[in-house]
Design a protein around this ligand. Structure first.
Ligand code: PMV
Length: 328
């Protein structure tokens, strides 16, 4: 009735932004990501509690904050019931991230992946990786990808029930020695959650449709570039995907603008490095931080350079990592 799981966050190289179904959290298009460590979420879960209780980074959440977790845990309770297990009761969840929570550094991806795997394991309910990905997706779209390590493709799927809207591994973590440098700019929680940002974009941005059209060709192009370990090509595809996603968000009404001055400074810096022959490309999620992907051999010198960009307060160095680990 108890399990502890560590899961790693992922950063999308081809972004997910928009849903085909809100209730089931089904993406409007696919995406492609890289799972990254050593940072991660460590989540312990025990079934059999009187009610659901959740502690996040050392703070027990208020009732209203626990509600979304209860809806998520209900999915596992229902599944356990379907396979004839004894009622699970409430869950006591203690989760710690070793990187900033809710700041556009993908903590929801590792958090819900760890929670999905821990909840199923502690319940003794056997679930395939695809089923765990489907479950994690209900917590957060990007979490569906953190159920796997390395390079991961998320499928939009077509079925109304979302059983085909799951992620699948494409290449292992050791396929290509890359590093992802997380350039932290403005610290603290973001103004607009990714959920609200993407919903507003979908409802009001004239560029939402055109953005969605870019996604599947970009996923295919990125997979071909990764297969060939073609850094220049991956750089082109990944930067274009991030910029097109943000362009669609900026054109929402009111515009969803995650960037700060330092974000733009870092983007220009990365482009000038590449023009000078230093392989590096950027990507940006629903926050002001800039993630910079480099070949492993350039990790140290580019991390130094990124630290020197005005407004970048610190750099977290990450590398491709594996699937969630169950500690028992
Ligand atoms: O998983 P969510 O709902 O937090 O959405 C993630 C959205 C982006 O990080 C901006 C893009 C992505 O594909 O991860």
């Amino acid at each position: 009735m108890h399990a502890t799981v560590t899961a790693h966050p992922n950063i999308a190289l081809v972004k997910y932004w928009g849903k085909r179904d809100r209730a089931l959290n089904l993406p409007a298009a696919g995406s492609l990501s890289l799972t990254l460590g050593p940072v991660g979420s460590r989540t312990s879960l025990r079934w059999g509690a009187e009610q659901d209780r959740v502690s996040l980074d050392g703070r027990w959440l208020h009732e209203a904050e626990v509600a979304p977790f209860t809806r998520f845990l209900d999915l596992v309770r229902a599944r356990a019931q379907r396979v004839g297990a004894a009622p699970l009761g409430g869950a006591e969840v203690v989760s710690e991230n070793d990187f900033p929570t809710a700041a556009g550094l993908a903590s929801s991806s590792s958090g819900f992946a760890a929670l999905a795997v821990a909840a199923a394991k502690a319940a003794g309910v056997a679930m395939s990786p695809a089923e765990l990905s489907e479950l994690a997706r209900r917590g957060s779209g990007s979490a569906a990808r953190s159920v796997f390590g390395g390079f991961v493709r998320m499928r939009a799927g077509e079925r109304a029930d979302g059983t085909d809207a799951v992620a699948e591994p494409v290449f292992d973590a050791d396929h290509w020695p890359l590093s992802m440098l997380l350039g932290v700019t403005v610290e603290g929680p973001k103004d607009v959650s990714s959920r609200d940002g993407m919903n507003r974009t979908q409802e009001t941005s004239p560029y939402f449709g055109p953005w969605v059209e870019t996604v599947e060709p970009a996923v295919e192009a990125a997979i071909a570039a990764i297969a060939a370990r073609d850094f220049e090509r991956l750089a082109e595809v990944a930067e274009a995907s991030a910029l097109a996603m943000h362009a669609s968000a900026i054109a929402a009404v009111p515009g969803v603008l995650y960037w700060r001055g330092a974000t733009v400074e870092a983007v220009h810096a990365v482009r000038s490095w590449r023009a000078a022959g230093i392989p590096a490309f950027f990507t940006i999620d629903a926050g002001p931080h800039v993630k910079v992907c480099v070949p492993r051999e350039d990790e140290e010198r580019v991390a130094e350079m990124l630290r020197d960009v005005p407004g970048v307060s610190r750099v977290i160095v990450t590398r491709p990592a594996g699937a969630p680990v169950v500690h028992g």
